[in-house]
Design a protein around this ligand. Structure first.
Ligand code: 5GP
Length: 172
């Protein structure tokens, strides 16, 4: 049986999201901001994040498949849902669940740049910075993690555990 070891509880998550939302609200105070959530993993984080923002924002989603069905990134990234909003000359904030090697994010940023946004920044729930293998910057990170496979709060393992309200380390 896989074991779930608690990493972040509801209170930890609430504090992290509040802190990052307040920074984003202050940085983008006089800007028209478009948040682009990366499906599926960021859906819970994004829904909490937007409710903590004190500035008006618009929302869109993108979906990429990159992880296969295991615990390590395949590096083989495929776009399965395009953006629908016009981001030309707009400030865009990508909202990701986890940035690990950074290959997924690098692919998404390259895709978005073709639509000529004014700026593209990145907000991630979890920044696994030690395994970074792409030249990208995580502008807003809620939590930095070193190793281990995390589930819950939108994060899955083979589509399971997304509904858990807290974040756990999955020990297989
Ligand atoms: P990267 O391309 O940065 O290596 O991988 C990013 C994607 O891999 C994330 O969007 C996420 O879907 C998945 N991923 C990486 N680490 C984890 C993890 O610890 N738990 C889960 N559930 N997904 C992960």
């Amino acid at each position: 049986m896989p074991e779930l070891i608690p990493v972040l509880n509801k209170n930890d998550i609430d504090n992290m999201v509040t802190r990052v939302a307040s920074k984003i609200s202050s940085d983008y105070q006089d800007h028209e901001l478009i948040l682009i959530g990366v499906l599926k993993g960021a859906f819970v984080f994004l829904s909490d994040l937007v409710r903590h923002l004190s500035i008006p924002v618009k929302l869109d989603f993108i979906r990429v498949c990159s992880h296969g069905s295991g615990v390590s990134s395949s590096g083989n990234i495929r776009l399965t849902k395009e953006i629908e909003m016009d981001v030309n000359n707009k400030d865009v904030l990508l909202v990701e669940d986890i940035v690990d090697t950074g290959l997924t994010l690098s692919y998404i940023i390259d895709y978005l740049k073709a639509f000529n946004p004014r700026t593209v920044k990145v907000c991630a729930l979890i920044d696994k910075h030690e395994r970074r293998n792409a030249n990208i910057k995580v502008d807003y990170a809620c939590h930095k993690a070193a190793e281990g496979f995390l589930v819950g709060y939108g994060l899955d393992y083979n589509e399971n555990y997304r509904n858990l309200p807290c974040i756990y380390h999955l020990k297989l």
